[in-house]
Design a protein around this ligand. Structure first.
Ligand code: ADP
Ligand code: TYD
Length: 208
């Protein structure tokens, strides 16, 4: 059976990680072989790069260097985790993927969209079968992310305008790629959001 590649995208605090985990748990409970992973990270080498890129002062890396680090991490993740799992027929659920680079390095943290696309074509070359965009107003995302405030703080100092630009950018990507994206309203109880996620994911998995 063919594998299915599902990514979750959205602004910080939108509920991506929560929804990715709930989908993974439901699939596993139903006896579907699935693997939950994340970016940056998801393989040993990519987790090392994650520690480099998410920690330290905000100006530690330029947007260009960041783009190279995120792409290097993604390439390792693809080689070591995503491709082997898909080849084994698993449903690979990834918390963030290339759309995050398009938005953050391409739009809000850098103005590098042409370089992002060129590097993606050169080094990555695949898109998810389904991308679930958990959409949430910028204010709500910021409030949730601030309340959670973990250790990877290099990117969390950003303000409302940046979150707003990222939200708009994700919605524009979804509008430009309607066959790949499902946009789900994340401003509801997490069980209600999870039901909508299940509907689109189950339909995509059934179609494999
Ligand atoms: P992300 O991965 O998009 O940053 P998380 O899944 O980590 O988001 O959620 C961010 C915070 O918001 C967490 O504290 C989580 O428990 C909470 N949260 C997630 N989904 C919801 C929801 N639907 N309603 C309220 N709070 C939520
Ligand atoms: P993540 O751990 O998913 O944070 P959160 O759970 O708060 O959404 O991602 C960490 C940060 O990395 C996040 O601010 C987005 C950023 N990022 C990029 O800038 N480019 C990328 O390609 C990826 C995958 C993430």
């Amino acid at each position: 059976m063919a594998g299915v590649f599902i990514s979750f995208e959205g602004i910080d605090g939108s509920g991506k990680s929560t929804q990715a985990r709930l989908l993974f748990e439901t699939l596993t409970a139903n006896g579907t072989a699935a693997h939950l992973t994340r970016e940056p990270g998801g393989s040993a080498g990519a987790e090392d790069i994650r520690a480099l890129v998410l920690n330290g002062a905000a100006d530690r890396w330029s947007p260009e260097t960041e783009l190279l680090l995120f792409t290097a991490a993604r390439r390792d993740h693809l080689e070591k985790t995503i491709r082997p799992r898909l080849a084994a027929g698993e449903v690979v659920i990834c918390d963030r993927f290339a759309d995050s680079t398009r938005i953050y390095q391409g739009l809000t943290r850098g103005d590098l969209r042409a370089s992002v696309d060129a590097l993606h074509t050169l080094m990555i070359g695949i898109e998810p079968d389904l991308t679930v965009l958990i959409d949430l107003p910028a204010e709500a995302g910021l409030a949730r992310a601030t309340a959670r405030a973990g250790s990877d703080m290099r990117f969390e100092g950003m303000g409302l305008a940046v979150q707003q630009a990222a939200r708009d950018g994700f919605l524009a990507l979804a509008a430009a790629n309607p066959a790949r994206f499902a946009v789900i309203d994340g401003a509801r109880d997490q069980a209600v959001v999870a039901r909508d996620v299940w509907d689109v994911a189950a339909a995509r998995i059934a179609a494999r």
